[in-house]
Design a protein around this ligand. Structure first.
Ligand code: FAD
Length: 458
């Protein structure tokens, strides 16, 4: 188990939001030896019952956090990544996907149930001494004094305040001049999200499909679908992406199962059989925001940083919203481990922004490019795409730039090969505010997934 580092000075860090980004930064900051208090508007943990893909760029970080062994035991490891036309024809395939990920990136590609994931992060944060104030919605953020106030009248001031309050971020609204932007903007897409359990499914073909975990994407006109197994192959997560028809101002709504089925009538029979099992569904409007000019703010009295969806919400088409938030949290928390005086906080925040903003903004743009490839309507452009994909179907290594970005030999290493901790260590080794860390580690139960040590150096 990894223990916290003893820093030169202990900072008070206030985090707003206990979603994945808030928990990520809380864990890494606590591991750096600082005191963290998290203010969360909800009465408890709020993640929904759905799946989440965690690619090697984030699993590499999670392995260093000493998360509960149950989390790793619950993960599924997709044995293949396949991309199909909506008819079912395979257009692109990466066999032995998980094994290749481990060889290429020395970290697994896993699929988790969000509730399991958020619970594991929370347990670890608590273990590291992070304090939580649930049911406390922050409604005022004073960027000059560094003071925050909650609905109930609680005040807090941190050496650093971290905005991890998601897409609808109050911090962001108060940070940016009123005329810059208002509420999040629709992307034009919505997601139907459903999770099916094995007890709901009698069909042997579907049961076998779930028990052999794979990651599958179906491409169709103005729509696409993603499916993968959860919890050791006992549940199946489906996300169906279709044009947004929710009224303006409505971001979530109970959907009609019949309407959903009708939309996918002529799709791959395996997908329609899965959809037929669902007895209820929710619709989620997918939204994004303008790129922010700055992710940090520092004055003589206050220090602020944004991370996760509060500064880079994105379409989920590369499965990178949460993984980027984990990268953000790891970079920020680890940089704070190098602080020796409070005067260095501003410098650490600058470095955080330099290390993270360009990458975060670039991934947001790639998700939009990916949508345009996934959702081409039938016709000459679609035939061109399919011919290109099929021409490389049996090739072990695709040619860059490959339109399916997760399989592109240039883009995939850039995305999955990123090592947040190494990036911090490289950056601080070139700079002056460096403190050599000595972290005690104990052997962990499963070396393959959680065995790596927190290697800190100066
Ligand atoms: C359909 C879909 C599929 C996705 N699939 C993937 C995937 O496979 N892989 C992946 O990496 N990402 C995926 N994502 C993206 C990912 O879910 C998000 O990027 C991630 O959850 C964002 O986490 P966050 O903590 O920044 O924000 P949130 O999860 O929104 O958390 C913000 C937290 O702040 C709290 N809060 C808000 N306002 C206040 C306030 N004023 N005071 C106190 N607390 C407040 C909220 O209650 C919440 O707990 C997907 C997204 C969607 C929609």
């Amino acid at each position: 188990m990894v223990n916290a580092f003893q820093p030169a000075i202990q900072l008070e860090v206030v985090v707003i939001g206990a979603g994945i980004s808030g928990l990520a930064v809380a864990i890494e900051t606590a591991l750096s030896g600082h005191h963290v208090i998290v203010f969360e508007a909800a009465d408890g943990l709020h993640e929904i019952g759905a799946g989440i893909n965690i690619s090697p760029n984030a699993s590499r970080i999670l392995r260093q956090w000493g998360l509960p062994a149950e989390l790793w035991a619950s993960a599924t490891h997709p044995t293949s990544l396949s991309v199909r036309r909506y008819s079912g024809e395979i257009l692109a395939l990466e066999k032995d996907f998980d094994a290749k990920m481990r060889v290429r990136y020395d970290a697994p590609y896993i699929e988790l149930h969000r509730v399991d994931f958020q619970t594991a992060l929370y347990i670890r944060a608590k273990e590291l001494g992070v304090e939580f104030r649930f049911g406390e919605r922050v409604n005022q953020v004073n960027f000059e004094t560094g003071k925050i106030t909650t609905h109930s009248g609680l005040n807090a001031k941190g050496d650093i305040v971290v905005a991890a309050d998601g897409l609808w971020s109050v911090c962001r609204a108060q940070f940016l001049p009123k005329d810059f932007e208002g509420v999040p903007r629709p992307t034009g897409d919505l997601a139907y999200r459903l999770v099916l359990t094995l007890d709901q499914i009698q069909d042997l073909e579907l049961r076998e499909w779930i028990s052999k975990p794979s990651l599958d994407i179906w491409l169709g006109p103005h729509s696409h679908a993603v499916g993968y197994s959860l919890r050791g192959g006992t549940e199946f997560n489906i996300v169906l992406l279709v044009p947004d028809d929710l009224p303006a101002g409505i971001s979530r709504q109970v959907g009609s199962v019949e309407e959903m089925r009708a939309h996918f009538t002529n799709w791959d029979p395996i997908l329609t059989k899965f959809i037929a099992v669902a007895d209820s569904v929710k619709k989620w409007k997918l939204m994004h925001r303008k790129e922010m000019r700055r992710w940090v703010y520092s004055s003589s009295n206050s220090n602020f940083a944004f991370l996760g969806d509060s500064c880079h919400p994105m379409l989920p088409y590369l499965g990178q919203g949460a993984t980027s938030a984990i990268e953000d949290g790891a970079v920020l928390g680890r940089l704070l481990g190098h602080i020796q005086t409070k005067e260095q906080i501003g410098k650490a925040l600058e470095m955080y922004e330099q290390l993270r903003k360009h990458r975060g903004d670039a991934i947001v743009k790639e998700t939009i490019v990916q949508r345009d490839v996934f959702q081409i309507v039938d016709g000459p452009k679609q035939r061109e795409r399919d011919e290109l994909l099929l021409s490389q179907l049996n090739e072990e290594t695709k040619h860059a730039p490959f339109p399916i970005r997760l399989l592109c030999p240039q883009f995939q290493p850039w995305l999955f090969g990123y090592d947040a901790c190494a990036e911090v260590d490289k950056a601080v080794s070139k700079d002056s505010f460096v403190v050599v860390k000595d972290v005690k580690t104990e052997p962990s139960p499963d070396k393959s997934d959680i065995g790596s040590h927190r290697q800190l150096n100066g």
